[in-house]
Every structure is written in structure tokens, then in C-alpha cells.
Design a protein around this ligand. Sequence first.
Ligand code: 5AD
Ligand code: SF4
Length: 363
Amino acid sequence: MKMQVSEMLAQQKMTKEMLVELLGLTGQTDRQTVLDHALAVKAASVGRKVYLRGLIELSNVCGKNCFYCGIRAGNKQVHRYTLAEKEVIDAAVFAWKHQFGSLVIQTGEQSGEGFALLIEQLLIRIHEHTRHELTITLSCGEQPAEVYQRWKKAGADRYLLRIETTNRQLYYTIHPNDAHHAYENRLEALHHLRNSGFQVGTGVMIGLPGQTLENLADDLLFFQKMDVDMVGMGPYIEHADTPLYSLADTLRPPKERFELSLLMIALLRINMPYINIASSTALETLDPLGRQKGLLAGANVVMPNLTPVSDRVNYQLYNNKPNLDKDASTSTASLNTVISEIGETIGFAEPGNSLHFKRRTAK
Ligand code: 5AD
Ligand code: SF4
């Protein structure tokens, strides 16, 4: 006999079959039951507090050629930039003064000593200028273990490296099948990050061409198996100047990708109650209330963009990325209102570390 939605939600450990069934729910009432349960789990585990991460898109220079991404090396339309040190420090000081508690530094994937040193020195300088009161997440791609260790030592606390999809075959549909884009390297990098002592985050894109509900259920099980501390995931959004755009007409409609992303967040929260989960910008691209809806589905982190407005147009991973013109003060003021409207509070000046990490390392 088929299990009821409420019975599945009450399970200690959801099986792959249950996850597939829940991800495939089409009835509005059933879906809402899942989202409501996730919100209750969040309230009981990490609480209804939202952590801010000021996002600095430090550089759009990238040596990789992921088929989905607007700033891939092969896209010659993009003007490449790297922020000056002063711009980074200004953004960090803005975050500090506005009590964000935390920063994310994101770049395309670059390699070599020059890049390792750039990040290392920026970390040191940011901490000097902000009295060591900000926690810092890096999202700078795959690097050798020694580089990860240097950055950890220089004052990075967390690292985000999305696996993008855990299905090997799909991975090579969305990446070139060469040594530079090897799935195994990405997995290995996640292990290096873990061994370097970071709070480790990963994530996937939802609604990729050819991606099945079984693939997504496997992604959720992968996060649990890897025992990750944080997850950032969101809908795949096509970009016209990328190879994957040729499959755009095979995609689920945007509304479906959005709803599926909310269910993924909810099921993740239910199965990993203490991790940090970001309500991604891509959610907001597909729905103007996307960020709030992500929080109500179980996410507890948002990342206001602090990149200077003039550079943002050059960091277009996908079409219609929102907030291209809003400067940081405008967007943070509205964020505060929006978050209190849904009954949550911002954890101002708090580091917002992953409770999952604390519990795992206290053992
Ligand atoms: N749609 C959605 N997310 C994307 N990313 C890159 N391109 C896209 C896209 N077209 C995400 C990837 C990457 C992160 C920096 O942005 O998951 O890891
Ligand atoms: Fe580069 Fe990251 Fe875009 Fe891939 S997803 S092309 S690594 S910026």
C-alpha cells in the first residue's frame, strides 16, 4: 500500500523511493504539507534566524568551460575583471559596519601561485580592517590541498564547492569530458576541504536538462553521506551564450523548476536539520518572492550582493540575474523588512556558523 505524505515525513531516514515520491508531488496541498513540515523542523533545530553573507564577486576570470555558465572561459563576450584590493576592503567594511557578521568571496576558477597569494593576502587584510569580527566563506573552485590549507590558516572558515550534480553521466552532459573537468577531481577537492578543517558546503543545480527526480534524490542522499555542513542549491537557469542553451527547449518550465527547488530545500532541511542552507539568488530570478519562499521552505542563509554595481553586469552566470542595479544599502534595507514580514529575524553581527559542524566536531 502507498504511504501517505505525512507518514513519509515522519520517517527518521527517508529512502530514495520516498524522496522521489515526495519530489514528484503535484498537488498543491501535498507540497505545502512538505514545506510546512520543513519549516517546523527548521524552527526546532536552527531556529527562525537568518544569517547574512555579504557576497563579493571578486573576479569573473575563469579557466573552466562548464557548459551552463555565462562566465565560462569560452564566452568571449564577457569583459573580465578582478576587483582592486580597495574595492574588496570597502565592501568588507560595509558588511562589518552593517553587522552582517559574515562574507562570501566568490571567483571563477583560477589556479597558480598568484591567485593563491591574492586570496591569502585579501583574507589577512580583510580581517585587519574588520577587527577579525567577520567570518569568511570562500567559493573559489578546485585547488590543491596545500592551497586550501593556506587559505584556512589565513582566516577563511567555510568553503563552498558545488558538485553541481552527483550523477556522473549528467555531470559530463554539463561539463566537457576532459581531465580539467573531471568529476573525480571535484569529489577529491571536497575531501581535501574537509581534511583542511573547513565547514564544507556543496550543492547542485535543479532542473538541468535530462535531470530526473531519481538524480535529485541521489543528490540529497549524497549530501547526507558526505555529512556536509552547508548547502547552496538552486534552479538551473539557461544562459543564451552557453552550449547548454541548445537544450533549453527540453527543460521543465521555470515555475516547475522553482517549485522543485523549494521541495529540494525542504527535504534537505528535514533530513539534515542542523546544516546551513542558502536561499539562492537563482530562486529570486525565477520568482520575485523567491528568497522569502526559500526561507519558508527551510533555508536560513541569504547572500546580499556587495559587488560594486558597475562590475555586476560582468558576473552573469545565467540570464536575468536580479539586483544588477541595486546598491548594497538599498538591498539590505529592504531585506530587513522582507525578513521580518515572514516572521524571521536577522542574526546581526553573528558569525552564523553551521550548527551541524559544531555538533560534528564536538563529538
Ligand atoms: N544556472 C544556475 N546556476 C548556475 N551556476 C552557474 N551557472 C548557472 C546557471 N546557468 C551556479 C553553479 C556554480 C555557481 C557559482 O553558480 O552551481 O557552482
Ligand atoms: Fe567557471 Fe564556475 Fe562558471 Fe564553471 S561554473 S565556468 S568553474 S565560474
